[in-house]
Design a protein around this ligand. Sequence first.
Ligand SMILES: Nc1ncnc2c1ncn2[C@@H]1O[C@H](COP(=O)(O)OP(=O)(O)OP(=O)(O)O)[C@@H](O)[C@H]1O
Length: 285
Amino acid sequence: MVERSSSVSYLARSQPVQVVAVASGKGGVGKTSVSVNLGVAMARRGHETMLFDADLGLANVGVLLGLQSRHDLSHVMEGRVGLEEILIDGPAGLKIVPGASGISRMASLSRPEQAGLVRAFSDLPMPIDFLLVDTAAGISEDVVFFARAAQDVLLVVCDEPASLMDAYALIKVLNKEHGVSHFNFVANMVPSAQQGRRLYSKLLCVTDRFLDIVLSYLGTIPIDEQLRKAVQHQRAVTDLYPRSRSAIAFDELARTLEARPRTYLPSGHPEFFLERMVQAGAGCG
Ligand SMILES: Nc1ncnc2c1ncn2[C@@H]1O[C@H](COP(=O)(O)OP(=O)(O)OP(=O)(O)O)[C@@H](O)[C@H]1O
């Protein structure tokens, strides 16, 4: 019997990679905390999960988890190291692609740089089921770039007028200027799931009135002192306090995400995401 190489079996996988861009509009609402803990929860549920730290200026994920890598994406694009060499192992087998502080604007990478990035992802020998992309706060070109390329946009919103307003502004720009029409809502730092639903209804009321989009409720992460403590210990709450309120909510969120129908892409290979990114980038600016 001929043994198949890991990359061949990788290409033969029937499940497509699902790319989820995590965005927020306003900063400080817990976008990175949601990305990290959802990533760990997905990995713990048995999905091959990768978290791309695309908050490129700040490279927050590593800080939140107390993990460091000697190299980052900029070294991969320069051809100094392979993507596999920069991956950081997070809790439960979550793979983290460290952000590159040297790459300040993904949307304005040169063609050879973009091609280098696509190649780097296509050379990865391991399968990926979910690729979460932790984008920067605000409505920069980069956020648009990732949101357009991903199959799902997950919006993290907390109960502050500025968070709701900025989330609405981001939805409006992505829809009116870039044709994104489906968004997923996650409430964070609210006292209860009921309050999370209420926040969702508030935003839905405005989007239904002024925009032609679908806004789906995905879940609520409650405000949780144990999450704060976990941040202080540079650990994921899903790892340090798996029985905490927020960790249980992250597991529920992961269940909801895994139960959703996947958007079909030709293979489970993240290079397709990068190719979509490059195409999206061609239309930016
Ligand atoms: N559910 C929660 N319960 C309690 N505290 C939380 C929760 N979510 C986030 N926080 C707190 O909010 C802080 C900011 O979170 P985080 O860094 O994830 O936000 P962010 O939106 O990614 O910020 P930035 O826009 O600056 O990247 C965390 O350090 C944590 O202390």
